[in-house]
Structures are given as structure tokens and as C-alpha cells.
Design a protein around this ligand. Structure first.
Ligand code: CAA
Length: 251
């Protein structure tokens, strides 16, 4: 099956994270013009992404904004669309962890994760959904997590936000289904990335031992799923939650 997304405009948030970068790479290879959203923390990584994708012949533009800020998100998307044209594909990847057992979780630690991981999805999707609907084609792909499906010790904030992501997906999928726009969730398991490497080594080893396929995932495992969900061929799939986790949570 050949996936052709030639000249589709894709906005990927969290584009300088391990998963976001790989998604940019896959969508760029499929022919998309890339709007690469990042929060500005690791500018050198974002700049390297641009250099790599340009070398491959892709059109790419960085957009630096905080997904938890509605106005900043609106302005950044408008800037990207003015240069590349309207967003056809939105991949909401941006997310953080601030792990703590609930008894130690202060309001700020709770709110920050909710605002970025769930509020960010509202802010980005709200600013592209009408355009997609009016033009009769669109793809919204929300990256959730295995820990939104099954919960995780120390992640009341993250698990709540990630479970909320799929609720958002299911509701919006129904609202735009007749307009040629699909909305889907992808729930990755533990992917080899800095986010996982930040988990204490003993806990991490225990998690890896629980994965039936016997290894952490790679960013490619998620990027290939995203590319399919973005494709023409996935046009009859909406409101779904794709589980990509090495068998770690089978439900
Ligand atoms: N289940 C049950 N008990 C657990 C536990 C678990 N998974 N993990 C720790 N505990 C227990 C400990 O044994 C300890 O017990 P005692 O008090 O009886 O000794 C107690 O809980 C530790 O409690 P503390 O209050 O001291 O916890 P802490 O302040 O040290 O914080 C933590 C612990 C930071 C949350 C740590 O457990 C941790 O990092 N856990 C991993 C969380 C995780 O998997 N995060 C995923 C990050 S990657 C990601 O999120 C991406 C994705 O989408 C998959």
C-alpha cells in the first residue's frame, strides 16, 4: 500500500520530541508540507529537525508556541497557514509528565499536565477544525498513552489528561464525521525516548519486563501508525483508539 499525502499541510506539535520528530519525518516522506510546533525549550533540536527534513527535500517551517496558551496557538497556526496554506492534518503530540503520587501532588503539578496534555489538544484542534470541515477533508490524530487506558502509579494528572484525550476524540469525531474529517487517538505504550529514560532505572526495567513483545517501542512504531491514520486509505476510521504498545495492555 502506497501512502501519498503530497502537498497536504501537516501540523505536528511536540515536533522536537522523539516521537514528534519521527512523525515529521514519516509525514514529510509521504509528501506533506510540515508545520513543526515546539515550545522552544530545545531550539537546537528543532533546528536540526529542519536541517534534516530540508536535506530530504521536505518543506518545513518551525512554529514556536505554548499549546496551553489559546491565543499563542491561534497566532502560530495563522502564521503557519499564511505561508503553507490551511492545515489538513493535525497531529497533537505535545505532552509532559510530572509524576508524583497523588498524596504529594500539588495543584500546580496537577494543572500544568492537564493544561498541556489535554488543554493543548483543545487549543490546537479548535483552531483548525472549522477550516477542515469547510474544505471537506481533514485528519486529527491525538497521541494519548497506555497510561490513559490503564492508569499508572504516580500519574493521576497524566492518566487523567490522557484518558480525557480519547473522550475528546470520540466527541469531536461524531461532530465532523459528515464533513470528511476523521478524528482518532493513538495510545502508545512505553517508547524508547527521554521521557521513559527519566523513569528510575529499577522501575523502568520492571516495566520492560511486563511487555509481551519484550522490548520498548521505537518512535517509528508510532510514526507508521500516524501516517496510516492520516492517509486517504484510513478514511472510514474515526473515533478509534489505536493501541500500539507491544501487547503491554491488551483489552
Ligand atoms: N505500584 C505500587 N506501588 C508502587 C509503585 C507501583 N507502580 N511504584 C512505587 N510504589 C511504592 C514504592 O514501593 C514505595 O512503597 P513504600 O512507601 O512502601 O516503600 C512507594 O510506592 C513510593 O512512594 P513515594 O511516595 O516515596 O513515591 P515517590 O515520591 O518516590 O514517587 C514515582 C514515585 C516518582 C511516582 C515513581 O514511582 C515513578 O517514577 N514511577 C514511574 C511512573 C511512570 O511509569 N511514569 C511513566 C513515565 S513515561 C510516560 O508517561 C510515557 C507514556 O505515555 C507511557
Amino acid at each position: 500500500m502506497k501512502i501519498n499525502l503530497k502537498d497536504r499541510v501537516a501540523l505536528v506539535t511536540g515536533a522536537n520530541g522523539a516521537i514528534g520528530r519521527m512523525i515529521c519525518h514519516y509525514l514529510g516522506n509521504a509528501g506533506c508540507k510540515l508545520l513543526a510546533g515546539h515550545a522552544g525549550f530545545h531550539k537546537e533540536v528543532a533546528e536540526q529537525l529542519v536541517a534534516d527534513e530540508k536535506k530530504e527535500g521536505c518543506r518545513i517551517k518551525l512554529l514556536e508556541f505554548d499549546v496551553s496558551d489559546f491565543e499563542a496557538t491561534r497566532a502560530a497556526i495563522a502564521e503557519g497557514e499564511a505561508e503553507f496554506g490551511p492545515v489538513d492534518i493535525l497531529v497533537n503530540v505535545a505532552g509532559i509528565t510530572k509524576d508524583k503520587p497523588l498524596k504529594k501532588m500539588d495543584p500546580e503539578t496537577w494543572q500544568k499536565v492537564i493544561d498541556i496534555n489535554l488543554g493543548g489538544i483543545y487549543n490546537c484542534t479548535r483552531n483548525v477544525i472549522e477550516g477542515m470541515s469547510d474544505r471537506g477533508w481533514g485528519r486529527v490524530i491525538n497521541i494519548s498513552s497506555i497510561n490513559g487506558q490503564k492508569g499508572q502509579f504516580g500519574q493521576a494528572n497524566y492518566s487523567a489528561a490522557k484518558a480525557g484525550v480519547h473522550g475528546f476524540t470520540m466527541a469531536v469525531a461524531r461532530e465532523v464525521a459528515r464533513k470528511g474529517v476523521t478524528v482518532n487517538t493513538i495510545s502508545p505504550g512505553y517508547i524508547d525516548s527521554p521521557m521513559i529514560r527519566a523513569v528510575p532505572e529499577d522501575i523502568r526495567a520492571g516495566i520492560e519486563a511486563e511487555i509481551p513483545i519484550g522490548r520498548f517501542g521505537q518512535p517509528e512504531d508510532i510514526a507508521s501508525m500516524v501516517t496510516f491514520a492520516a492517509s486517504e486509505q484510513a478514511g472510514w476510521i474515526t473515533g478509534a483508539d489505536f493501541t500500539v504498545n507491544g501487547g503491554h495492555f491488551i483489552h
